[in-house]
Design a protein around this ligand. Structure first.
Ligand SMILES: [Zn+2]
Ligand SMILES: [Zn+2]
Length: 175
C-alpha cells in the first residue's frame, strides 16, 4: 500500500510538468506549422532527429542529415520564422543568438578554430525549407567540391550570417 502511494506524487508531478510545457508552447498560438519539418523538430515531434544541447530554449540545434563537412549543424528557432529574406532589423539579435549557438556547438564537439568555419543561410529561392535555419559548417577549409558550391561566399544563393546582419542593418536604416 505504502509503495503505491509513494509513486503517485512523482507521477502527478511529471504530469504537471508536461502540462506546463505544453501550455507554454501552445500559448503563443501563432508560429507553428505542422507541415513544416523544422517546426515539428522544434516541438520534439520528430523522434528521428536527435537534438543537441542548446543554451537557448527558443532555439534547437541538430546535425544536418546531409553533412557537407565533418561538422555540419543546423540552428533553428523553435517558433516558425520565415527565410532570411523576410527578416527585418529586429531579427538581428535572433541571428546573433543563432551564431552564438553555432559556435558553442562546434566548441562542444571539440572544434575550436573559429576562423575556419562557415555559417550562413540559403538565399531564396535556393532554400528547400522556408523555416529559418542557420547552417554551421567546419572546417571551412575541408568542404567537399559540392559543398564549396552550395555554401559559397558571395554567391546568389548563400549569404553568411555576418553579411545578413550587415544587410539587415543597412536596409532598414535607409527606409
Ligand atoms: Zn516551421
Ligand atoms: Zn538550408
Amino acid at each position: 500500500m505504502a509503495g503505491g502511494e509513494a509513486a503517485a506524487p512523482e507521477d502527478a508531478q511529471a504530469a504537471a510538468d508536461a502540462g506546463a510545457a505544453e501550455g507554454e508552447a501552445g500559448g503563443g498560438g501563432s508560429g507553428y506549422d505542422n507541415k513544416c519539418v523544422f517546426c515539428r523538430i522544434g516541438r520534439r515531434e520528430e523522434p528521428g532527429t536527435a537534438l543537441l544541447p542548446c543554451q537557448h530554449e527558443d532555439l534547437v540545434c541538430f546535425r544536418d542529415i546531409r553533412p557537407g563537412a565533418p561538422h555540419h549543424y543546423l540552428v533553428v528557432p523553435v517558433e516558425h520564422v520565415g527565410n532570411c529574406k523576410t527578416l527585418k532589423r529586429e531579427h538581428i539579435p535572433l541571428v546573433k543568438k543563432m551564431m552564438e549557438v553555432g559556435k558553442t556547438i562546434l566548441q562542444r564537439n571539440n572544434f575550436t578554430d573559429l576562423n575556419d568555419i562557415r555559417m550562413g543561410f540559403h538565399w531564396p529561392p535556393f532554400c528547400s525549407i522556408s523555416h529559418l535555419h542557420l547552417h554551421v559548417l567546419a572546417p571551412a577549409s575541408q568542404l567537399g567540391f559540392l559543398s564549396r558550391l552550395i555554401y559559397r561566399i558571395n554567391s546568389y544563393w548563400f549569404i553568411t550570417a555576418e553579411q545578413l546582419i550587415e544587410r539587415l542593418q543597412t536596409e532598414n536604416a535607409a527606409s
